[in-house]
Design a protein around this ligand. Structure first.
Ligand code: SF4
Length: 83
């Protein structure tokens, strides 16, 4: 079913193995978020950041404890987001 898998898998560096050094961690995130159904992948902070500002910095993890506002603020401070 299409909604089981996150719509951003094609472009997401975490899903495509470019972000984390340990592939075990990556697999865990994929199972907990990317492939876990819409409720889960839509709660991913990488997904939400991307929806909010059109991109997602590499340091943001699916289970980030920061709010979306804090993430956006931090991206601005780091110069990763030009608005
Ligand atoms: S659930 Fe999050 S980490 Fe997984 S593919 Fe979607 S945006 Fe990337």
């Amino acid at each position: 079913m299409e909604s089981e898998i996150c719509s951003k898998v094609g472009k997401c560096p975490l899903f495509n193995g470019h972000l984390l050094k340990r592939s075990g961690s990556e697999e865990s995130y994929k199972n907990l978020f990317c492939r876990a159904g819409k409720e889960k992948w839509s709660s991913c902070m990488r997904y939400q950041t991307s929806e909010k500002v059109g991109m997602c910095a590499d340091w943001i993890l699916p289970n980030s404890s920061l709010t979306i506002e804090q993430i956006v603020q931090k991206m601005k401070e780091k110069g990763e987001l030009v608005v």
